[in-house]
Design a protein around this ligand. Structure first.
Ligand code: GLU
Length: 394
């Protein structure tokens, strides 16, 4: 059977593939430490679960409007106003089956064949693949660890020519950095020079910043970009609701309507009771939200310090999201325990098979010198996992 040519250059999600492999090894009784997928180990807060149960008991088990219930759109708009003092109306909001789905809808709604989408590397694995699925061409501009993965404004300016969409993700997956207000402002200054460029601002990690940092949303910093910015967000990271699959986008009405048309033909509404549960989370954020952030901060420091203590490993201190993205290229070219290490993929394989530590290779994030480790797991696992990595690389 011939698979459609639009899939010829599209790969399976590396983050989800590692998650599946680590789970399968665990099921075989292997003691795997999983730094793979970015998924908080905390349970969803009880108040949010209770709201879901109440919705079920109240018979909220039917279709909703394809673009989401008005109550959740109102809650998203109120949350965005409260956090960032940016105004959106319900018409400018769509509820989706996770942040990833919001992005996919938006690429399908805006990308024509051959359209260029500028993505700073390192990038989240799904951006380029979604662009290709929509018929577009991902264009990569690279930032390095030496610059704290920050995009140089001059490099951005040079790369923006002829581009239709620019993807900005801060706090960043996989880089673990978060732009300061001044840095976001510098990016906004460059974007202002390109009035035709549409900005996708993926702010899913908005609450996960550390070291006293404060995250400021792009349209809050640059209101004049708001009319051509689409904000992406979701419940997964903030409320530890990964499996519930609730995300959203905020943006200009014609784009949100086009995304709604895509969604109404592809999936219909996001799961009804999960939408009601998210209304509760957004309207009455439970204390667990800040407790989880504070714990991630401790874990991030533990992991970054542990990794930096290993010879030949260079890692940024964790500023945001829940990832360390160390450079391990000093170990490339070695043969470890009989396995030749040629790049991030073979190194990740060796770590999984020989040390039973699951990490995601940097190659699908556009940075083969690196591997990604999620610190959304316990302190004990971080300590034990980093020790195993140190042992293997010794
Ligand atoms: N964003 C998370 C990660 O990168 C979730 C998994 C995914 O959809 O990629 O691990």
């Amino acid at each position: 059977m011939k698979i459609a040519s639009r899939l010829a250059n599209v790969s399976e999600s590396a983050t989800l593939a590692i998650a599946a492999k680590a789970k399968a090894m665990k099921a075989q009784g292997i003691d795997v430490i999983n730094f793979g997928v970015g998924e908080p180990d905390f349970d969803t807060p009880p108040a949010i679960k209770a709201a879901c149960k109440a919705a079920l008991d109240a018979g909220k088990t039917k279709y909703t409007p394809a673009s989401g219930i008005p109550e959740l759109k109102a809650a998203v708009c109120a949350w965005t106003k409260r956090l960032h003092n940016v105004d959106y109306s319900a018409k400018q909001c769509i509820i989706t089956c996770g942040g990833k789905h919001a992005l996919a809808n938006a690429f399908l709604a805006l990308v024509d064949p051959g359209d260029k989408v500028l993505i700073p590397a390192p990038y989240w694995v799904s951006y380029p693949e979604q662009v290709k699925l929509a018929g577009g061409v991902p264009v990569i501009v690279t930032a390095t660890l030496a610059d704290g993965f920050r995009l140089n404004p001059a490099a951005l300016r040079a790369a923006l020519k002829g581009v239709k969409i620019f993807v900005l993700n801060t706090p960043n997956n996989p880089g673990g950095f978060a732009y300061t207000t001044a840095e976001t402002r510098a990016i906004a200054d460059v974007l202002r020079e390109f009035p035709d460029v549409i900005v996708f601002a993926d702010e899913i990690y908005e609450l996960l910043v550390y070291g006293g940092r404060k995250f400021v949303s792009l349209p809050a910093i640059a209101p004049e970009l708001k009319d051509r910015t689409i904000l992406f967000n979701g419940a997964a990271k903030t409320f530890s609701m990964t499996g519930w699959r609730i995300g959203w986008a905020l943006g200009p009405v014609p784009v949100i309507e086009a995304m709604g048309a895509v969604q109404s033909q592809m999936t219909s509404n996001p799961t009804t009771m999960a939408q009601w549960a998210t209304v509760e989370g957004l309207n009455n954020p439970p204390p667990e939200v800040e407790q989880m952030r504070a714990e991630f901060e401790i874990r991030g420091k533990l992991m970054a310090d542990g990794l930096n203590a290993i010879p030949g490993v260079k890692c940024l201190s964790a500023e945001g999201a829940f990832y360390c993205f160390p450079d391990l290229s000093a170990h490339f070219g070695r043969t470890i325990d009989g396995q030749k290490i040629t790049g991030s993929v073979s190194l990740a394989e060796a770590l999984l098979e020989k040390a039973h530590v699951a990490v995601v290779p940097g190659e699908p994030f556009g940075a083969d010198a690196h591997v990604r480790l999620s610190f959304a797991c316990s302190r004990q696992q971080i300590q034990a996992g980093v020790e195993r990595i140190a042992m293997l690389l010794k």
